[in-house]
Write a protein that binds this ligand. Structure first.
Ligand code: XIL
Length: 402
């Protein structure tokens, strides 16, 4: 807040009025005070009401400040929900104003599109895709296969039957969105977190167990390429900022590339926290660049949790960092802004990075308010009142001092 000389005078006036009030002086008239001559009309002294200090001006970003800052580098996306599109004055305003790419937070996952085998409902997904196209935005299709959103029917029957069901699903979805959705996360989170497990580098998921191997990954990529030769096909995962996970992912990509399985890019979810080193995120991109010429990198689900939780918090919800409530310390908000700045500016110098997506828009509607535990989180670029945060300014204005 800039306090002008005038403000200072006002504040002083307010202070003296308050003092007067406390001493019982200056009030309403009617009585006479000592020393006042009887018969002299009593002129009530009405103190100037204290002027509240000018509230800090809410920073209002210029239209397009975020997407324009990276226009020559990458698209800047956000995950949204179809229901938000009809709301007035909430996240959708920020979306239109600042972003040029969209992901569906859940409406393009198999349990929503085809909860029953062979019965497709594209209503919610179409709403998001139509909105993206009407507003000149890219759309990242997320996701054709994820162990957490696979309806049971996919995983029954013989291997040949499972393959046929996956192929039918992928063909139907890519045919429906042909020419409209140009990028798909074909498989999501197929890499294990535990390198000492027998099936490592693959996740011991419901898919892996039902099929008895990681062959379903091939089926998914091959079906996607057959259905749409122009669409960009991605493998997407979290934790690529840590070397173990990253190396297991690279092992899997090595194998896919060696066998000519169609793959165009690597999605790094980048669910990081204020204590993550930006260099670890950048090293994930560099590791892909160094090994696989021609593969693109997307940051697909970026958010910066204000909590640095131990593994146990994710595994069994114990030992999680204590809830700050809505009073997140200023030092944490500043550290978050610095990390966002370091990640964005670093990514901008890596030409293989063509898209950076935030997993949400404002802090009041982020999956991290409920994951790994119910807690007040603040991982995004807009706060709970939809004001642009320090982190927003950090990534859009290089002269802004955090
Ligand atoms: C999450 C959504 O944000 C939630 O709304 C939904 O209930 C579960 O999925 N990794 C992913 C995303 O790939 O699809 C997840 O999205 C977050 C973690």
């Amino acid at each position: 807040m800039n306090i002008t000389a005038r403000d200072r005078l006002r504040l002083l006036g307010g202070a003296s009025a308050a003092l007067l009030g406390a001493c019982g002086g200056g009030g309403g008239g009617g009585g006479t005070s000592a020393g006042q001559t009887a018969g002299t009309p009593v002129v009530p002294v009405t103190p100037t009401p204290p002027t509240p200090p000018t509230p800090a001006q809410t920073f209002v970003p210029a239209q397009g400040a975020l997407r324009n800052a990276y226009l020559n580098d990458f698209k800047v996306g956000a995950a949204i929900q179809a229901a938000w599109i009809d709301e007035a004055g909430t996240d959708i305003d920020a979306l239109k104003s600042q972003f040029n790419s969209i992901s569906a937070e859940y409406e393009m996952k198999p349990d929503i599109i085809a909860p029953t085998e062979g019965v497709y409902d594209f209503t919610a997904a179409d709403k998001i895709v139509d909105f993206a196209i009407a507003n000149n935005m890219d759309i990242r299709g997320h996701t054709l296969l994820w162990h957490r959103t696979t309806p049971d029917y996919f995983l029954t029957g013989t291997k040949a039957e499972m393959k046929a069901k996956l192929e039918a699903y992928i063909t139907a979805v890519l045919t429906h969105f042909k020419g409209r959705v140009t990028t798909w996360d074909v498989v999501n989170e197929v890499i294990t977190d535990n390198g000492s497990e027998a099936q490592s580098p693959y996740r011991n998921s419901n898919w892996y167990q039902a099929v008895g191997s990681a062959e379903y990954i091939d089926w998914a990529f091959n079906a996607a390429r057959a259905a749409d030769p122009d669409v960009k096909l991605y493998i997407n995962d979290y934790g690529t900022e840590s070397t173990g996970k990253r190396n297991r992912l690279i092992t899997v990509i090595d194998d896919l590339v060696a066998r000519n399985i169609p793959l165009d890019g690597v999605g790094h979810q980048a669910h990081i926290n204020v204590n993550t080193a930006a260099s670890n995120v950048l090293q994930a991109v560099d590791a892909i660049d160094a090994r696989f010429a021609g593969l693109e990198n997307h940051i697909t689900e970026l958010d910066v949790s204000v909590y640095n939780d131990p593994g146990s918090c994710f595994n069994n919800q114990t030992g999680c960092a204590a809830d700050y409530g809505t009073a997140i310390p200023a030092s944490v908000i500043a550290a978050q802004a610095q990390l966002y700045r370091d990640v964005f500016t670093g990514l901008a110098t890596r030409s293989s990075v063509t898209s950076v997506t935030l997993w949400g828009i404002s802090d009041d509607r982020t999956w991290l308010n409920g994951y790994p535990v119910d807690r007040t989180n603040a991982p995004l670029l807009f706060d709970r009142s939809r004001a642009a945060k320090t982190a927003f300014r950090a990534v859009t204005d290089p002269t802004f001092e955090i």
